[in-house]
Unconditional design. Structure first.
Lengths: 320, 332
C-alpha cells in the first residue's frame, strides 16, 4: 500500500522524535542523571513501522528495546511523557491508560512474557472481536522454550497474533551466530505452520509493509505471522554494562541509521524540504528539552521510608 | 441421599461454575473429548463446547501463560495440570507472571486463574495410582506457598473439594488447587444440596478430641480420622484439624486446637524438610508455645523422590505409623 505524503511526514516525525528522545535519555544515563536504561537507539524504525500498522484497539506487547518508539508512534504517548517517565514522573508506556492505545504488560524475564499474549488473542477471538495481538521480543528471547510453545499454540489455533523478533545480533554479549545454528529466525515460522518474513529493521517502510500484511492476515482470521526485523544495536545491552564489541564495531553498527536514511529519502522525493525537516526537529527538541527540565527539578528529599504495612502488602499481593 | 466421589465433587463444581458464569473456561491436556485423564472434566466438552473446554498441545508453559492472558482479559480459566508434577514446566509463568501481576500493577490487573493440581499417591495402597513413581506422584504444595501472590488450597473431602473449588474459581487472583488424586475414586461422601462455597482461609476441625491435635492435609486427613477411631478404644482422644487452605492460613483454628490439647502432630505426604508442616510447627511454636505439653512432632514423607510401586508405602505416612506416632506423643 502506498502511503500518502502526510502519512510519510507523520512517520518521519515519529521516527525523529523517537530517535531524539532516545538519544537524550541514553545520554542522561551516560551522565549518571538517569539509571538503568536499555537503550533502543538504532531500533526506531521497528517501533514506528509496526506502530503505524496497528489500530488503537489492537493489543501490543512491547519489548524493553523499542517499546517507547512503538507507544509514541501509535499516538497518545507524547515525547514529554516518554522523557518524564524516565524520571519517574509520568506513567510508563507499558501501562494501560485510558485514552492510550491498548497494550499488554511484560515482565522482567525475556520470553516469559510471550505466552500471555496468546491468551489475549484467544480472549479477543472468543469475544468475536477482530483485533490483533502483536508481541515483541528479542533474538535472545527467541531461543526460550516459552516462546516456542507460544508460537506453536498460535499456529495450531490460527490465532490473530503477530510475533516480532527484534534481531539486533546480540543477547547481551552472546552473538546470534553462536546462539543458534539457524540462518535466521523467520525460517522457524515454517515449523509452526505460519509465514515467516525477515526484514531490514532499519527500513521503516519495509517494516511497515510486512507488519501491515501480517496484521491484515491475522485480522482476516488467517492466523499468525512471524516477523524478524534485523537491526544493529547501537549501544551496550543496558546502561552500565560494557559492550563486548570494539569501538570500531560499534561505529560500524551506528552506520546503519534508519532515521537518517528515511529523512534523506523524503528529501529526495520532495516530500520534505530541508527547512520543514529542520522545523519538525526543532519542535521535537524543544519538547524534549522542556521535559528534561521539568524532570530534572530537584526531587524533594524524601523522609525515611515508613515501616512496611505488611497487611496492606499482603492484600495487594493476593488481591484480598 | 446419594454419595459422590471426590472426583465427582470436582466435576460438579466445574459444571456449576461454568453454568453460573460464562467467563469460566477449562484449559489443559485432554480436558475436552477425553474428559480429563482422571475424569474430572467429564461431560463438560459436550455441554459447553470446544470454545470453553479447550484442549491444548503438551506445552505447560504455553497453555499456562495463555491462561494468564485470558485471565488478565477478564475470563476465568481453570487450568488442569494433568499431573501436579508437570507444573515444573510452567513454573516461570506462575511465579514470574501470574503471582506478581496484581502487585506490580498496583491492583490494576487481576489474574483470576485456577490451576488444578492432581497430586500425591493413593494411600489406600490398593488400586490406581499407588506407586506411579517420582514424576507422577509428588506433593509439591510447599513450592507455591513460598511465592507471594499465589493462594494454595488443599481439600481433603468431596464436600470441601466442591466448596473450595467454587470459591477458588470466584477468587480474583491465582489459586493453586491441590486435588489429592488418590482420593478421586476412593473418597465418597454426601454433598450438600444447592450452592456450597467455602471461603478460602478457613480451616476446619474434622473431629474434636482432648489429648492430641493432628494437623493434616489431603489424604492424611482420612488417615488421621481412621487412626483417631482406632485410638479412641485405647482411651486416647484425638482432635483432627484440616487447614484446607495453606495460603491464606487459618492460624486461629490451628492455634486454638493446639492450646486446647497441648500436643500437636503435623502430617503430610510431601517430604519432611521445608514442607508446609514446618510452617505450621513454627506458627504453633511462636504463638502457642506456653500451652504445649510436649514438643511438636512431624510425620511426613521421606526426603526422597517418591519411589515406584509398593515401595511408596515405606516413603509416606501410613495409618499404622500415624497411630504409633500419636500414641507416643500422647504418652510423652
Amino acid at each position: 500500500m502506498t502511503l500518502g505524503d502526510e502519512r510519510l511526514i507523520a512517520m518521519y516525525r515519529a521516527l525523529a522524535g523517537s530517535r531524539r528522545a532516545e538519544q537524550r535519555i541514553t545520554d542522561l544515563n551516560k551522565k549518571g542523571v538517569l539509571r538503568g536504561h536499555h537503550s533502543g537507539l538504532g531500533h526506531e524504525a521497528i517501533g514506528v513501522g509496526v506502530g503505524f500498522a496497528v489500530r488503537p484497539d489492537d493489543c501490543v506487547q512491547m519489548s524493553h528495546r523499542s517499546g517507547m518508539m512503538l507507544a509514541h508512534a501509535r499516538g497518545g504517548y507524547s515525547l514529554k511523557e516518554a522523557v518524564l517517565s524516565q524520571f519517574g514522573r509520568a506513567r510508563s508506556h507499558y501501562a494501560n491508560v485510558e485514552g492510550r492505545p491498548r497494550v499488554l504488560s511484560i515482565v522482567g524475564l525475556v520470553g516469559t512474557w510471550v505466552p500471555m499474549s496468546i491468551g489475549v488473542a484467544m480472549a479477543d477471538k472468543l469475544r468475536g472481536r477482530d483485533t490483533v495481538t502483536v508481541t515483541f521480543f528479542g533474538d535472545g528471547a527467541a531461543n526460550e522454550g516459552a516462546v516456542h510453545e507460544a508460537m506453536n499454540l498460535a499456529g495450531a489455533r490460527r490465532l490473530p497474533v503477530v510475533f516480532v523478533v527484534e534481531n539486533n545480533g546480540f543477547a547481551v554479549s552472546m552473538p546470534t551466530s553462536e546462539a543458534t545454528a539457524a540462518e535466521d529466525f523467520a525460517s522457524r515460522a515454517a515449523g509452526y505452520g505460519m509465514p515467516g518474513v525477515s526484514v531490514d529493521g532499519h527500513d521503516v517502510l519495509a517494516v511497515h509493509e510486512v507488519a501491515e500484511q501480517a496484521v491484515a492476515r491475522a485480522r482476516a482470521g488467517r492466523g499468525p505471522t512471524l516477523i524478524e526485523a534485523r537491526i544493529t544495536r547501537w549501544e551496550p545491552h543496558a546502561h552500565g554494562i560494557a559492550d563486548v564489541r570494539s569501538e570500531g564495531e560499534m561505529a560500524l553498527a551506528r552506520e546503519r541509521d534508519g532515521v537518517r536514511s528515511f529523512r534523506q529519502a523524503l528529501l529526495e522525493r520532495g516530500i520534505l524540504d530541508e527547512n520543514s525537516a529542520r522545523a519538525i526537529e526543532a519542535e521535537i527538541d524543544a519538547e524534549i528539552a522542556a521535559a528534561v527540565e521539568a524532570g530534572s527539578v530537584a526531587i524533594p528529599e524524601r523522609p525515611d521510608p515508613q515501616p512496611l504495612d505488611r497487611d496492606a502488602a499482603f492484600r495487594l499481593a493476593y488481591a484480598v | 441421599m446419594t454419595q459422590s466421589l471426590y472426583v465427582e465433587a470436582i466435576n460438579r463444581a466445574l459444571r456449576e461454575e461454568m453454568e453460573r458464569d460464562p467467563a469460566v473456561l477449562m484449559i489443559g491436556l485432554d480436558v475436552g473429548r477425553q474428559g480429563g485423564l482422571f475424569g474430572a472434566t467429564r461431560g463438560l466438552f459436550d455441554r459447553f463446547g470446544a470454545e470453553r473446554v479447550i484442549d491444548t498441545p503438551i506445552s505447560e508453559a504455553g497453555y499456562t501463560g495463555a491462561a494468564i492472558g485470558l485471565a488478565m482479559e477478564g475470563l476465568r480459566p481453570v487450568v488442569e495440570m494433568q499431573f501436579a508434577d508437570f507444573v515444573t514446566v510452567a513454573f516461570d509463568q506462575l511465579a514470574t507472571v501470574a503471582a506478581k501481576m496484581h502487585f506490580m500493577t498496583q491492583g490494576a490487573i487481576h489474574v483470576p486463574l485456577v490451576v488444578r493440581m492432581p497430586y500425591g499417591v493413593n494411600v489406600t495402597g490398593e488400586g490406581y495410582m499407588t506407586g506411579a513413581g517420582p514424576h507422577h506422584s509428588q506433593s509439591p504444595e510447599a513450592w507455591f506457598c513460598h511465592i507471594a501472590g499465589l493462594k494454595v488450597v488443599m481439600p481433603s473431602t468431596p464436600a470441601d473439594a466442591l466448596g473450595l473449588l467454587k470459591a477458588s474459581i470466584r477468587d480474583e487472583n491465582p489459586v493453586m488447587f491441590f486435588e489429592q488424586k488418590g482420593l478421586y475414586y476412593t473418597s465418597r461422601a454426601e454433598l450438600p444440596e444447592g450452592e456450597h462455597v467455602i471461603p478460602l482461609g478457613s480451616g476446619e476441625v474434622k473431629r474434636a478430641g482432648r489429648d492430641v491435635t493432628v494437623i493434616a492435609t489431603g489424604a492424611m486427613v482420612q488417615l488421621a480420622l481412621a487412626a483417631a477411631d482406632k485410638l479412641q478404644s485405647d482411651g486416647i482422644s484425638v482432635e483432627v484439624v484440616d487447614p484446607r487452605t495453606l495460603v491464606p492460613l487459618d492460624r486461629e483454628t490451628l492455634l486454638s486446637s493446639a492450646c486446647k490439647t497441648g500436643r500437636v502432630l503435623v502430617t503430610h505426604e510431601a517430604p519432611l524438610t521445608a514442607g508446609f508442616g514446618a510452617e505450621i510447627a513454627a506458627v504453633i511454636a511462636e504463638d502457642a508455645f506456653r500451652s504445649l505439653k510436649a514438643p511438636i512432632r512431624r510425620l511426613c514423607g521421606a526426603d526422597m523422590p517418591v519411589p515406584p510401586g509398593a515401595m511408596v508405602r515405606a516413603a509416606i505416612p501410613t495409618r499404622a505409623r500415624l497411630e504409633d506416632a500419636i500414641r507416643e506423643l500422647a504418652q510423652s
